[in-house]
Write a protein that binds this ligand. Structure first.
Ligand code: ADP
Ligand code: MG
Length: 624
């Protein structure tokens, strides 16, 4: 009987090279995975410095490390399947301290490439090497080389045409490899990485002192911040960019669990949720999450490429990440805490009197020194009339200065009366209140200046943020200023609307909204938060009822309240096209300093735009 090819419909064991090729496909489906396996082996071997060289989109790769090396007697074994030095028994899987454990990577790669494994153990004099020619292993032979290990892979997949066909373009594979290397570097900041493509040294990331330092080396973002937070023994360490630095996809959110790079939708959602209210639709944040779960709480052994994990307690993992990031974002570390400039400096630098001069007809008044210019509160302003088109500056608009604007003023007045500590005013000024208001542009933007730049503030967006934060704070602290309505406000809703709202009645109550059902599609509102006008409230409740009916009660409470506050805030604050007095603008800026996140409206749009004087000078050709 012939032992050759068995007929396909009898049961038989597969020839070992077929088994190897199938396994190879699971461990290394593309060059980036291969690079990951080789670099992780180097890290497992205690390397302090790793050099990665590749070309042909990763079909040729060389990884050199200065780790502990492999003794000559083990070289062939390293290429055998299920040969590993990293675990001995199944129980070890729960307390892994290495990246590798399956003993499959080198065997798999050796089956589908021309591979050279060369190594010289630390403290020995000679290097040895072994070659694999698509699975055919040579004898070990001595060679020259430094302490450590080098793996050279060539002609990857040359014997598996089907897999070769599935490789993407060289550019696509190259960028995937680079992304993988960035991730490996971010997880292992104490190791030096040197990256060569086509022989050219492209990146050196020297061993870093901290995660933040490494992130700054690797990511192309100027300003990064870090925060740590522990929840239920889940330790999160996150490096993130401000909501001003965003991207158009989720690829800049990276997650690591026990130092392994993982793709986890839950952790990604935790990051995106932390930026709620700070990003516009389609914008994604830049954040690198490192999570350490208590050992035994996480299973990293569910996929051969090990890019997925399973938490015993998904919620704690989510919370640790979400709170770590949110807490940090609410401190808005990107707002420079530089001290307000000294008053004399301001006068010298700005010479505000000059700014107003062109509008003054009389030559005498133009040169009159204006000693009060130094004082923020009495700074000269353009008469608003100069900026306003006459048709807007009508009585109607004045009447439209609604209760909110008055509330804003009352608040500012109250703040001014509050007993002030002995800190001088100039030091207490936050980044917004220390702006000098110059006027209002197009009835929409507050035109102001700081020491080094012009600032345009979108009055609607700014006021919206302030109202939103105040509502959220009141809701969280359970101290909403409530106004009882003498005549209940009746709101007509869509089908099932009343029932939907009643399902969240107790949350609404906390916001100061108490309501009764008076029909299947109508409710009576008996009280409202005083910050919100009746018209705005009716509109917000209609929207909320619709959302609850559509999405069900499944979305998280905080998100629900946050949306409600955002809608209420949006409907009740000053609009574009509304004239504001100098004092109103000033008081709005002062209130913005109460809330660190004032640079974003609750829908994520920016609130202000800066024009550095340096840019103006360049534009005017004063400096080149
Ligand atoms: P695993 O990493 O899962 O153990 P691999 O196939 O990747 O399996 O490697 C097999 C073995 O070869 C490892 O357990 C290790 O002992 C040895 N090895 C591989 N790469 C290196 C290296 N760069 N330095 C030292 N030893 C290595
Ligand atoms: Mg390995």
């Amino acid at each position: 009987m012939s032992k050759a090819t068995p007929s396909p419909d009898t049961i038989h064991l597969l020839p070992s090279e077929v088994v190897d090729q199938i396994a190879a496909g699971e461990v290394v489906d593309r060059p980036a995975h291969l690079v990951k396996e080789l670099v992780e082996n180097a890290i497992d071997a205690g390397a302090k410095s790793i050099e990665i060289e590749f070309d042909q989109g990763g079909r040729r790769v060389r990884v050199t490390d200065d780790g502990k090396g492999i003794s000559p007697g083990d070289l062939k074994l390293a290429l055998a399947r299920h040969a590993t030095s990293k675990i001995a028994a199944a129980d070890d899987l729960w307390s892994l301290h290495t990246f590798g454990f399956r003993g499959e990577a080198l065997a798999s790669i050796a089956a589908v490439s021309r591979l050279t494994l060369q190594s010289r153990p630390q403290g020995t004099e000679t290097a040895n090497r072994v070659l694999s020619e698509f699975g055919k292993i040579s004898e070990v032979e001595p060679t020259g080389g430094n302490p450590g290990t080098t793996v050279l892979v060539e002609e990857l997949f040359a014997n598996v045409p089907a897999r070769l066909k599935f490789l993407k373009s060289e550019t696509a594979e190259t960028s995937q490899i680079k992304a993988t290397l960035r991730a490996l570097a971010l997880a292992n900041e104490t190791v030096e990485f040197r990256l060569r493509t086509k022989g050219k040294l492209e990146n050196i990331w020297p061993a870093a002192q901290s995660f933040l330092e490494r992130a700054k080396q690797v990511l192309d973002v100027k300003k990064l911040y870090e925060n740590q937070f522990t929840y239920d023994d889940y330790r999160a360490d996150i490096v993130f960019a401000s909501p001003h630095d965003v991207t158009g996809n989720a690829r800049s959110i990276l997650s690591f669990v026990q130092k392994r790079w993982v793709q986890d939708k839950g952790l990604q959602a935790a990051v995106v949720d932390a930026y709620r209210g700070l990003l516009m639709h389609g914008e994604y944040p830049i954040a690198i999450v490192r999570l350490e779960a208590p050992s035994g709480e996480v299973d990293v052994n569910i996929h051969p490429t090990k890019s997925q994990v399973k938490f015993r307690d998904q919620q704690s993992a989510f919370r640790a990440v979400n709170r770590c990031l949110r807490e940090a974002l609410e401190r808005a570390p990107w707002l420079e805490q530089k001290p307000a400039p000294k008053i004399e400096e301001r006068v010298r630098k700005l010479s505000v009197a000059d700014l107003t001069r062109p509008y003054q007809a009389s030559p005498q008044s133009a040169v009159t020194p204006q000693s009060s210019t130094a004082d923020l509160s009495t700074a000269p302003q353009f008469s608003t009339g100069r900026f306003e088109a006459p048709e807007f500056n009508s009585v109607v608009f004045r009447q439209k200065q609604d209760a909110i604007v008055q509330a804003v003023e009352a608040h500012a007045a109250k703040a001014a009366r509050a007993p002030s500590e002995s800190v001088p005013l100039s030091q207490k000024l936050g980044p917004w209140s220390r702006l000098q208001v110059l006027g209002q542009a197009n009835l929409t933007y507050i035109l102001a200046q700081d020491q080094d730049r012009l600032v345009l503030v979108d009055q609607h967006a700014a006021h919206e943020r302030v109202a939103y934060e105040r509502l959220m704070r009141a809701w969280k602290g359970g101290e909403v200023d409530v106004q009882n309505l003498l005549i209940p406000l009746t709101v007509e809703l869509e089908a099932d609307g009343a029932e939907a709202l009643l399902s969240v009645a107790s949350d609404l109550e906390k916001l100061g909204v108490s309501l009764d059902q008076i029909g299947p599609q109508s409710i009576a509102v008996r009280s409202r938060p005083s910050l919100i006008s009746e018209a705005a409230l009716a509109q917000s409740l209609t929207t909320l009822a619709r959302e609850i009916s559509e999405k069900g009660g499944s979305f998280a409470l905080e998100k629900k309240v946050s949306d409600l506050c955002a809608t209420m805030a949006c409907h009740s604050v000053v609009r574009a096209g509304q004239a504001l007095s100098h004092e109103q603008m000033k008081s709005l800026l002062i209130q913005m300093d109460e809330f660190a996140l004032s640079s974003f409206c609750p829908h994520g749009r920016p609130v202000s735009v800066d024009y550095p004087f340096a840019k103006l000078e360049r534009d005017f050709g004063r400096i080149v």
